[in-house]
Ligand binder design. Structure first.
Ligand code: NDP
Ligand code: MG
Length: 380
């Protein structure tokens, strides 16, 4: 049995992970953690029978305890609950599918407990990659990417033991506003930004995809996962999302992974690695596809991507400020407190005032996050 803990089980990745579990008879869920959606979490507990469940607020945990009193499940709350789920004794692999920097501590705890990590939560690697990567090596666990581009790169590296990567070609759909100028984007509403052309995802990452901040986070994620420099990661716009990413090797050969856009593939691949398993769903039909188009990314109208390169190259605490400012700004935009273009203005302004700390500890990362939030609150 593959015993799995899922952090963020009620979200887009979390629910798709549970669909994968349903389709594989040798998978079992031992722990589930969510933020506040206890209705869905209760259904998941009844169906998958984990030993442990965690929700963020103590109040909701109490409610959930009453709701599942007839079952043999321990319900925990807060960061302790999230860490308990991440370290549940019988789990072999932890799917980190919470959204945001909240994922740092539980991911570290899971690694220290010897669990393999199926990593969806890119914000953790972006802000704490310098701590996570050495820890993964120290504890001898596997860090298996779930993000579709990184799973594609990971698949392209199969059998390439030690062969040097010259470049990672990270593909991007360009989002719903590809081709527009900043002037044409100033009146974008929440509803417009929540429509992604190819992928169906959680709200925060959907907004991030529209601003290209998601691609910026992914460049930093790739840097840590594959041990390359920021300049070796080149973003290529490929609007149909058919190529999920590519790797160019020293001899000039380029390997690519292609497929229909469905997150269940990278999720199942991470859970079953190195095995490939039967999976239903649509297949690419190249006769219908006819062509695959490429464009250069538009750094001028999507400055979030340039800021990400700046943050990733500088390193230290700057990626944390980039990420924290974005997390807060996106949430303000979703709550209709700021306009669309202000998201990236906030990131730029927060980065400009920050004094970078090199190799920050977890506490320093969380302090930089807090300071960024305070600054944003004082100005917007
Ligand atoms: P969603 O917003 O759909 O889901 C987020 C999950 O995190 C929910 O289960 C939510 O619980 C939970 N959560 C939020 N806050 C807390 C908290 N304080 N404690 C515990 N759980 C919490 O996000 P996605 O699934 O889209 O994304 C998850 C991560 O995966 C992100 O880092 C994203 O960048 C990454 N990712 C997502 C992809 C996608 O296709 N969706 C693709 C590649 C990467 P609740 O709903 O109950 O509040
Ligand atoms: Mg992605």
């Amino acid at each position: 049995m593959k015993k799995i803990a899922i952090l963020g089980s009620t979200g887009s990745i979390g629910t798709q992970t549970l669909e994968v579990v349903e389709q594989n008879k040798d998978m079992e869920v031992t722990a589930l953690a969510a933020g506040s959606n206890i209705r869905l979490l209760e259904q998941q507990i009844r169906q998958f029978r984990p030993r442990l469940a965690a929700v963020w607020s103590e109040e909701k945990a109490k409610e959930l305890r009453t709701a599942v009193a007839d079952l043999d499940v321990q319900v925990e709350a807060g960061m302790d609950g999230l860490i308990a789920a991440a370290t549940e004794a019988s789990a072999r692999i932890v799917v980190t599918a919470v959204v945001g920097m909240i994922g740092i501590r539980p991911t570290i705890a899971a690694i220290r407990a010897g669990k393999d990590i199926a990593l969806a939560n890119k914000e953790t690697l972006v802000t704490a990659g310098h701590l996570i990567i050495p820890l993964v090596k120290e504890y001898g666990v596997r860090l298996l990417p779930v993000d579709s581009e990184h799973s594609a790169i990971f698949q392209c590296l199969n059998g390439e033991h030690g062969n040097r990567i010259s470049k990672i070609l990270l593909t991007a759909s360009g989002g719903p506003f590809r081709g527009r100028t900043r002037e044409q984007m100033k009146d974008i509403r929440v509803e417009d930004a929540l429509k992604h052309p190819n992928w169906s995802m959680g709200q925060k990452i959907t907004i991030d995809s529209s601003t290209m901040v998601n691609k910026g986070l992914e460049v930093m994620e790739a840097k840590w996962l594959f041990g390359v420099e920021m300049d070796q990661v080149q973003v290529v716009v490929q609007p149909q999302s058919v190529i999920h990413s590519m790797v160019e090797f020293e001899d000039g050969a380029v390997m690519a992974q292609l497929g229909t856009p469905d997150m269940k593939l990278p999720i199942q691949y991470a859970l079953c690695y190195p095995e490939r398993r039967l999976m239903g769903g649509e297949r690419l039909d190249f006769r219908k596809l006819k062509e695959i188009r490429f464009e250069e990314p538009d750094f001028e109208n999507f400055p979030g991507l340039s800021l990400a390169y700046e943050a990733g190259k500088t390193g230290g605490s700057l990626p944390t400020v980039f990420n924290a400012a974005n997390e807060r700004a996106v949430s303000m935009f979703l709550n209709r407190k700021i306009g669309y273009l202000t998201i990236v203005d906030i990131i730029e302004s927060a980065m400009a005032r920050h004094s970078v700390i090199s190799a920050p500890s977890v506490d320093q990362i969380l302090e930089a996050e807090r300071e960024t939030y305070d600054y944003i609150e004082s100005r917007w």
